[in-house]
Design a protein around this ligand. Sequence first.
Ligand SMILES: [Zn+2]
Length: 302
Amino acid sequence: MFLKRRVESDALLAMRYLHTRMKLTEKELYYYHRLEKGYRGELAFDCLTENLQEERYIINDLLLEINQSYFQIDTIIISQATILLLDIKNFEGDYYIESDKFFSVTSGRELKNPVDQLKRSTILFRQLLQDLNLDYPVEAFVIFLNPEFTLYQAPLDQPIILPTQVNRFFKELNQISSHLNAKHGKLAQKLISLHHTQNPFTVLPDYNYHTVQKGIYCSSCHSFEVSTRNYDLVCEKCRQAEPLEEAVIRSVKEFKLLFPEQKITTPRVYEWCKVDVSQKTIYRILKKNFTITGSGRGAYYK
Ligand SMILES: [Zn+2]
């Protein structure tokens, strides 16, 4: 049973928007593609956990904090007797481990060792349970999901599940019976209540209102060459039509995420959307879909 479904992280969304609205450096592009790929892997993994049998709670994407140390867990599975912490990796290509260091064969680049990260998260998670006076055995694994992933010199004693072992991992998990009671429910709700939505360690590219491209882009092909036709926004490139209202709401949401400190006002959104409609139309859309605060010239929307 899914208690918390996965959605794109704010970091991924921000990078997606910035990728469309500015030129990213090679390093930023690499980071962005890694986020997209990781998210795709997590979604693929969710399809597998959907088939889990017996009573279990599944909580996705928790960002927790203890004594100002933040840690993220891709998937938590609460079963009757144990809590499983899973870190999902969608790496592709050849990698190797050498004296606890993790390298890509193709690029020679050293990556953060996922097992080390998992160990850290597990320690912090155990501390958190202790603080909450909860006593559950915790097990943790890094799951490499991509069938194109190879890990040379994978040590046998590491908590790693390789792509060829994923099915067996689930089979074995399904063989353990599990019945949940109110205590498990409370534990799950407690963990969800501790979730932080903002990751303080997310590093985004340097940008501001003046350096990003304004305008509404096509939701399908991301082209800024769009025009309004009746109540639709039509893409000149791929001909996709999207209701204008939806397109404006989508753009306001982007604005909110990219500039959380700025107020959403009619003139600002008019300028941001840069679309061939009157301020009055923008005003109507905002009024209908957002909550107004203040009045007159000082009014803004939430
Ligand atoms: Zn298009």
